[in-house]
Design a binder for this molecule. Structure first.
Ligand code: HEC
Length: 431
């Protein structure tokens, strides 16, 4: 039984009180579109919340290309008119986002126009705006391209989180022009969004060329790339790209570098002599680490929340930050994937089975990859946490970052104390 189908059925069954019938369908392997349509019909008018969830489940399946052409045609036939009706009913407004996304994904052109309008409508709920954008990306709607600068870097600026998700959603679209647009707006983006642009552009060779050009023209600093991203570029089939990357960064190890101990020693010595400022350090954390870690409630949860993990002492923190692959938690071994359309991703496995793989990538996005679209799949010997993060910072930035993460509470909290074993130089008044 396909699990998503079960979700729709169960939601519908609980609401509609049709469990016996649902149980019967769950025992069958085929996707029974008639049953889905029937069950949806039961809940559409009486329980909008469950109906919306059910529609979302189906939309996700359609957009992940997990359904056969026959099932899609059947869904279109059995649901199309009903979805159009929902979209025309003002009292069912809470369902409009979900209905438009599904109808458009099934090929209804007027529904895709609705999606295009919703993306920009600040009165529409964030989840619906995101679903609308994902739908336009799924449809490869090129009219979206001209609007991306406004969407990501226009005024007024708010909704950092939503704009980050907008950005992540673009990764699926093998559109060369996207890279040009993102490079152009890079300098106008917040420091939390910039690493997500870099992560995106390092996913496709055609985009990565633009990224390297921008680095050559100093529009993007070369230290914006971490070792995961450099390693991914070096593994590309595109020889010109590999040559350019090697010229710039040399090679990157695929196994732990034993010389990391020296890096730890050097930083220990530095921190015994000089101190930085935790406030700018917090900003550096948001940019460099917050893509993967939460601290004090902010950031993404790809790696552990380091509010209370991995920072028991000064020495433990140094080792964890500078020599991440010394000890790797089994669940943190990165997977390196290349899809049949040439997209390369590094992430942590959330689900791995014969049908699909779900990876959580830097920035927190879940990427669902049908097995049939995966060309190569490899378990990295390295932690998902990149080695050599210190190379992305200058000395002052490194001192500032450590001034921030050596405190056990936010710098604004008067009760904040240094981690046990922190060198006394850190507590000295600033020169
Ligand atoms: C690309 C994602 C990523 C980035 C960027 C990243 N980390 Fe990590 N980090 C991880 C993962 C995954 C782990 C778990 C490591 C393991 O077990 O191998 C980890 C582990 C840690 C730990 C140890 C946590 C524990 O439970 O033991 C600390 C501390 C840490 N990171 C700090 C940082 C800091 C500081 C930065 C920024 C300079 C940073 N990380 C950047 C992914 C990342």
């Amino acid at each position: 039984m396909v699990p998503w189908f079960r979700t729709v059925i169960v939601i519908a069954a609980v609401i509609g009180g049709v469990l016996p019938r649902a149980a019967l369908i769950v025992g069958d392997d085929a996707v029974d579109v008639t049953a889905i349509a029937g069950l949806l019909e039961l809940i559409l008018d009486i329980d909008p919340d469950s109906a919306r969830k059910s529609l979302d489940v189906i939309t996700t399946k359609v957009q992940n290309r997990e359904l056969s052409a026959e099932v899609l045609a059947e869904l279109r036939g059995k649901l199309g008119a009903r979805l159009a009706q929902v979209l025309a009913t003002e009292t069912q407004k809470s369902l409009h986002g979900a209905a438009a996304a599904l109808a458009a994904s099934l090929g209804d052109p007027s529904a895709s126009k609705r999606c295009a309008a919703m993306v920009f409508d600040a009165d529409v709920a964030s989840a619906d705006r995101l679903a609308a954008l994902q739908t336009l990306v799924f449809l490869r709607d090129r009219s979206l391209l001209a609007q991306i600068p406004d969407l990501l870097a226009g005024n007024p600026r708010s909704e950092l989180d939503l704009r980050g998700k907008f950005l992540d959603s673009l990764g699926r679209w093998e559109e060369p022009q996207l890279a040009e647009i993102l490079v152009r707006i890079y300098g106008r983006l917040e420091s939390e969004l910039q690493p997500r642009v870099v992560e995106l552009l390092a996913q496709r060779p055609a985009w990565s060329h633009k990224l390297l050009d921008a680095i050559g023209e100093r529009k993007i600093p070369d230290r914006a790339l971490n070792t995961n991203q450099i390693a991914r570029l070096l593994a590309s089939q595109d020889e010109t790209l590999v040559r350019k990357v090697r010229e710039k960064w040399g090679s990157v190890r695929t196994q732990r570098n034993p010389e990391r101990e020296q890096v730890v020693n050097n930083l220990r010595t530095l921190l015994q002599q000089e101190r930085g400022d935790p406030l700018p350090g917090q900003k550096i954390f948001d940019r460099l680490c917050g893509q993967c870690h939460k601290i004090y409630g902010n950031g993404q949860d790809v790696g552990p929340d380091i509010t209370s993990n991995g920072r028991a002492s000064f020495e433990q923190l140094l080792s964890n930050v500078l020599d991440p692959s010394l000890v790797i938690g089994a669940s943190y071994q990165a997977r390196v994937v290349v899809t049949d359309d040439g997209r390369a991703l590094t992430g942590l496995p959330i689900e791995e089975n014969d049908q699909r793989v779900i990876l959580k990538v830097q920035g927190g996005k879940l990427e669902t990859l049908p097995r049939v679209e995966i060309e190569t799949y490899r378990v990295s010997e390295l932690s998902m946490m990149p080695e050599g993060l210190e190379n992305q910072l200058n000395k002052q930035e490194l001192l500032d970052l450590f001034a921030f993460i050596l405190l056990d509470k936010p710098p604004s909290d008067p009760a904040a104390r240094f981690l046990p074993g922190t060198p006394s130089a850190q507590a000295l008044p600033k020169p």
